[in-house]
Design a protein around this ligand. Structure first.
Ligand SMILES: Cc1ncc(COP(=O)(O)O)c(C=O)c1O
Length: 446
């Protein structure tokens, strides 16, 4: 069964990536069986499935052909553009058929239960599935502490609004930090303070001063694959942060939105050092599968459960999404896809680092050594005119995101940088993109 699914997903990839282009005839059943080293009946089944999904069609006495589909998402893209700005997962690697299978399976399993409102805290069996799923990341907890949310975003929003048992009101955020959350906090009028985070990490003494101030209800952090920097905290920094949280009764909101891209034990989340006393752990599935699923999860310290329930009163997270994701995790497809995506991004990061090594010059841009995840950043010298640089890059068909938006409006000690995402950038474009960026930064520095 596993072999069948991996063949199906490989064929699907080849069609989506254009290896088999619309209208092209697929290899005969016999030759495909030879290529994949499987039986003829496995290929027949895979072709039948692809045909059922309207991805291919059969011509009697001739063979199978790739369907020509109008309105493919790639049709809207400018083929000359190098997309370093996009943060969506690579849609070419998207597990379209696997997920479709899981949706069908979920309806078979749960039947009419999926068409009710459901429990605001999430589908009971999915919460149990998450217990072992999270344990793979050293997040040990029980189902009663897990609440399913409509994406990580909903968890972040509720935490900003709800009262905390430490009786404090302000939120401390790293600077820079996740832009949308910063805008949300500002718009809501939440008291919010910033603390500098750079490629070198965070000043733990300054963090302690903030924790000691008696103002902070929680500290919002991305311990690994920081958005926008791409960097991760060292093991010592994680442990120190967990310790300070306990000492001053400040909660840590750990947004582990890219958890699945880190298999290295050195990358264990802060939660692993604290065991869930002061660390609120937030999980997203958007960077691995697709954001349209709108499913996330939160692991809450005991003391926060009741106040959180009071805000999670609507059963607003799609039951169908939860059930399909549960099937996807349980049958091992998630694990397989995670490795596929992880190595795809790691190879692009490697290509990016090699290109930086090739073109960058001392004193021009500072680029951290990041091996996985989707982000890195190019730190610019203070005198660079970023608006002019962006304009010139756009003229040369390169899209990047400037660092400015990742700071609070009133935070003035900003660094100048470009956030670079490789999630939708093909390796052959990376080298060209880096070359042009270096050229334009040099031109702007003269
Ligand atoms: C740091 C960070 N946290 C959370 C999210 C949102 O996650 P979700 O799609 O699960 O709501 C994003 C989305 O880009 C993000 O960058």
């Amino acid at each position: 069964m596993k072999k069948y699914f991996s063949i199906l997903s490989d064929m699907e990839d080849k069609i989506r990536q254009g290896t088999y282009h619309p209208g092209q005839k697929l290899p005969s059943v016999r030759s495909a069986a030879e290529v994949y080293g499987c039986s003829i009946s496995t290929i027949t089944r895979a072709y039948a499935e692809l045909e059922k999904r309207h991805v291919i069609y059969s011509v009697p006495q001739s063979g199978f052909y790739v369907v020509v589909k109008p309105g493919d998402w790639r049709d809207n893209r400018d083929s000359k553009m190098i997309y370093f700005a996009t943060v969506l997962p690579d849609l070419d690697a998207f597990p379209y058929l696997d997920f479709q299978h899981c949706l069908n399976k979920a309806i078979d399993i749960y039947k009419y239960d999926l068409f009710t409102y459901g429990d605001p805290l999430g589908l009971e069996s999915f919460r149990h599935t998450l217990v072992s799923h999270l344990a793979n990341d050293q997040v040990f907890t029980k189902a009663e502490r897990i609440i399913v949310t409509s994406g990580a975003q909903q968890a972040l929003e509720i935490l900003a609004k709800m009262p905390f048992p430490n009786g404090r009101e302000a939120v401390l955020v790293e600077q820079p930090s996740y832009d949308r959350y910063l805008r949300f906090l500002e718009r809501e009028g939440t008291p919010v303070y910033g603390i500098a985070r750079t490629a070198a990490g965070i000043d733990l003494q300054e963090l302690e001063r903030w924790f000691k101030s008696g103002k902070i209800k929680f500290f919002y952090t991305m311990s690994r694959y920081h958005n926008p920097l791409g960097t991760s905290y060292s093991v010592d920094e994680r442990k120190a942060i967990a310790k300070l949280a306990g000492k001053y009764d400040v909660f840590i909101l750990e947004d582990d939105y890219m958890a699945d891209l880190g298999s290295d034990r050195q990358m264990d989340p802060i939660y692993a050092s604290d065991g869930g006393e002061h660390v609120i752990y937030v999980k997203s599935f958007s960077k691995i599968i697709f954001p349209g699923l709108r499913v996330g999860a939160i692991v809450l310290p005991e003391r926060l459960l009741k106040p959180f329930y009071a805000y999670k009163i609507y059963p607003d997270t799609s039951l169908l999404s939860q059930a399909a994701l549960e099937v996807y995790i349980k049958n091992g497809m998630y694990e397989r896809h995670k490795h596929k995506i992880g190595s795809l991004y790691a190879s692009r990061m490697l290509a990016l680092n090699e290109s930086v090594e090739r073109y960058n010059e001392p004193g021009l841009m500072e680029v951290p050594d990041i091996r996985s995840g989707i982000y890195t950043h190019f730190k610019l010298r203070p005198e660079v005119n970023v608006d002019r640089l962006l304009k010139r890059l756009a003229e040369r068909h390169i899209s990047v995101v400037p660092g400015k938006g990742f700071y609070l409006e009133n935070y003035l000690e900003r660094e100048k940088f470009l956030r670079i995402s490789i999630s939708q950038t093909q390796p052959e474009h990376i080298d060209e993109g880096v070359r042009v960026i270096v050229e334009e930064v040099k031109r702007g520095s003269r």
